[in-house]
Ligand binder design. Structure first.
Ligand SMILES: Cc1cc2nc3c(=O)[nH]c(=O)nc-3n(C[C@H](O)[C@H](O)[C@H](O)COP(=O)(O)OP(=O)(O)OC[C@H]3O[C@@H](n4cnc5c(N)ncnc54)[C@H](O)[C@@H]3O)c2cc1C
Length: 380
């Protein structure tokens, strides 16, 4: 079967892969995105925080993404039923938009550029030579050669494995999470409320659109086993102990389909080797209580696009630029992962939780995300 050549091969059509493809396509690079699924991923994050919105705004995507989403500016936190604090998001707040919709918008924008998407494309082999990725072979025999290869292929990244980059995955073993989509109730429409209990439970209720709400529940694994074997009424009994101002949602929780979610943090020893780099969940994963994974991923894609274009096909320059401009992102990722860990470790105890809570990181992200855009990217 024929071999295709391109400037950049991106493995994974999630938010990171699609956004990077768009940025590179707009700058005239021939990009091929390989996605193992039949379309862009269907499940993922719901909240896009101000730093991520600013990245999208720099590339003219803010209106497109914000138009049909839900805007919120406050999250109220409770402990054992009592309000303990509010986190406010200035300047328009943050956006709720289901992950699939968000990624699809960016994917659709790629249609105007020289970006090819290969869906249902499983990688069979990754040929390495001289510390570089030389060729990707797909299960159907197609072969792809690229000057740059990006592993945007999630936490179990095949590209990361092929590069021999060490990783540390740490499951949040003491906190099982479940999610359900339910009809919207008045209290959820009014405000995002996040409830914690000293028994190690949490419940987060927020609107998804004008009709539906999402409910995340976190609980000790032993309770999860008991509750979800014994049946939903036991779940409601537990929730009633610490969920106070959202009782109008209880009726719908009874009939909800509660999906388990496995959450782990992921740290890697390096972000690139030779002509290949990792992006998004292939490079780092933090606890979703930070609500920042997408914002950091968007910023990282922006840096990668700049580096790839500046290297202009010179492999040595690419390696040097990745080392100088992309590897330092590890500092911000580690800070975010540590922050997520500290929220998970303290939420049973309101004093410890409030001491750990960093509204700056929660609202604005790391210093690099807070800095003004480089002059060439600033909006007029
Ligand atoms: C429960 C949960 C809630 C979250 N909530 C938020 C939130 O509210 N706000 C926020 O900012 N962040 C949140 N995050 C983090 C956010 O989801 C990630 O930062 C973001 O999805 C990273 O995008 P990505 O493109 O790296 O990965 P993904 O969306 O995981 O995309 C990876 C893609 O690669 C494909 N793939 C994998 N292996 C291969 C292969 N071998 N070949 C081809 N394709 C492959 C997959 O099919 C997938 O389409 C949350 C995370 C979790 C787990």
């Amino acid at each position: 079967m024929a071999t295709t050549s391109c400037d950049v091969a991106i493995v994974g059509a999630g938010l990171g892969g699609c956004f990077l493809a768009l940025l590179l396509g707009r700058r005239g690079r021939h990009v091929v995105v390989i996605e193992q699924g039949p379309s862009v991923p269907s499940a993922g994050a719901d909240f896009l925080k101000p730093p991520g919105l600013r990245v999208l705004a720099r590339h003219g995507l803010a209106d497109l993404v914000g138009r049909h989403g839900l805007w919120r500016d406050t999250v109220r936190y409770y402990h054992d039923g009592d309000p303990i604090q509010e986190c406010r998001f200035p300047d328009g707040g943050f956006l709720i938009r289901p992950y699939r919709e968000l990624v699809e918008l960016i994917y659709t924008s790629c249609a105007m550029e020289s970006v090819e998407f290969w869906f249902d494309a499983a990688i069979d082999d990754i040929t390495m030579g001289d510390g570089q990725v030389e060729e990707l072979t797909l299960a159907d025999g197609r072969r792809l050669r690229a000057g740059v290869v990006i592993g945007a292929d999630g936490t179990k990244s095949a590209i990361r494995r092929a590069l021999g980059i060490e990783q540390r995955t740490t499951p949040y073993e003491r906190l099982q999470m479940r999610v359900a989509t339910v009809p919207l109730s008045a209290s959820v429409a009014q405000l995002n409320r996040l409830y914690f209990s000293s028994e190690g439970w949490f419940a987060y209720l927020y609107p998804l659109d004008r009709d539906q709400a999402r409910v995340f529940v976190g609980l000790p694994p032993e309770d999860d086993k008991e509750i979800f074997q014994d049946g939903i009424p036991a779940l409601l009994d537990e929730l009633k102990k610490f969920v106070t101002d959202s009782s109008d949602a209880f009726n719908s929780l009874q009939a909800a389909a509660w999906q388990p979610i496995k959450v782990s943090s992921l740290r890697v020893e390096a972000y690139h080797r030779g002509n290949a780099a990792l992006l998004g969940s292939a490079a780092f994963a933090c606890h979703p209580m930070t609500g920042m994974g997408m914002s950091y991923t968007l910023r990282d894609a922006e840096i990668l696009a700049d580096v790839i274009c500046a290297a202009a096909g010179d492999p040595e320059l690419l390696d040097r630029l990745l080392q100088a401009r992309y590897e330092p992102r590890g500092h911000a990722h580690r800070q975010l992962i540590d922050y997520g860990d500290s929220l998970v470790a303290t939420f049973r105890d309101p004093r410890a939780y409030l001491a750990a809570f960093r509204s700056d990181l929660h609202v604005y992200g790391d210093a690099d995300l807070t800095k003004p855009a480089p002059p060439e990217l600033q909006l007029t």
